[in-house]
Write a protein that binds this ligand. Sequence first.
Ligand SMILES: CC(C)(COP(=O)(O)OP(=O)(O)OC[C@H]1O[C@@H](n2cnc3c(N)ncnc32)[C@H](O)[C@@H]1OP(=O)(O)O)[C@@H](O)C(=O)NCCC(=O)NCCS
Length: 315
Amino acid sequence: MTLRSVIAGCGGHLPPNVLDNDALAARFGLDTSDAWIRERSGITQRHLAGPDESCASLGAEAARKALAHAGAAVDEVDGIIVATATPDHAFPSTAVRIQALLGMTRGFGFDLSAACTGFVYALSVADAMIRAGQAKSLLVIGSEVYSRILDWTDRGTCVLFGDGAGAVLLRAEEGERGVLSTHLHADGRHGDILLVEGTAGPLRMAGREVFKHAVNKLSAVVDEALAANSIGREDVQWLVPHQANIRIIEAMGKKLGLPRERVVVTVDRHANTSAASVPLALAEAVHDGRIQRGDLVLLEAIGGGLTWGGALVRF
Ligand SMILES: CC(C)(COP(=O)(O)OP(=O)(O)OC[C@H]1O[C@@H](n2cnc3c(N)ncnc32)[C@H](O)[C@@H]1OP(=O)(O)O)[C@@H](O)C(=O)NCCC(=O)NCCS
């Protein structure tokens, strides 16, 4: 039998404040339209954190839901890994703030930064720790408050992002289910096409260039994940892609030959929540009953760095 990291539970949390495209344009006096945003990105609305919400509070709420879904108590958890590009503080890390919010007094916690690919990176690190015997149970969280690093006068970027958090509880188990492989990449030569100025922002993006890289690099990582597991694209049952743009998502679904209903889409309602987007989409499709135990699920993401990666999971 093989020791694997099984996704024992998932949870997502979105701030209650929702702004649709028209309300966003009106609020910030932007020269844009609902039609332009929908057509170019598929986004109709986004959730934005209020003054009492933080990267840690959103992440803690998602973690609570993941623990409840797994039927786990916090004392089971050996550590917390948080993927975020928008931590509340340089330190302490978001992970240890979440640890305190959950009432955990043992284990370890640290943050990891890989922009929109952050959750796939964190999943990969957590999976390696579990398989190496360093931990038996880990919370892996993506949590973001991009609303705090956006330039609200730049219509080319501010309409595309939202706030939220997603989490999974990974547990060491013997068997066929769990994370089958993860594939991480970075190419710092392209760092300037999507970056946050300094540490507080704003975010700047050359959208068209990012778009081209996204389609090419995500296609390559999908092929890599299939080849590493000696499986064909017809074996993949669900694609849970990074939620940046519906056109990129549809291109990936087409590449895998998946019907539309097998590609999990949340970008229309969540916009791009960066490291939170994949675990939020996964949690939605698991909790509404689409993704079932034993299904083969492909996760992929690309983001600033450039960083990109994929993971194949037998849920
Ligand atoms: C950002 C994105 C939606 C823009 O779509 P696009 O078709 O590439 O559009 P462009 O950036 O070339 O801009 C086209 C025109 O629309 C304008 N425009 C940009 N934002 C606009 C908005 N919100 N409303 C109206 N017009 C807008 C531009 O100013 C430009 O006008 P010009 O031709 O007069 O200069 C698209 O490039 C994209 O999705 N890129 C990938 C972004 C991404 O996924 N990032 C995250 C990765 S993690």
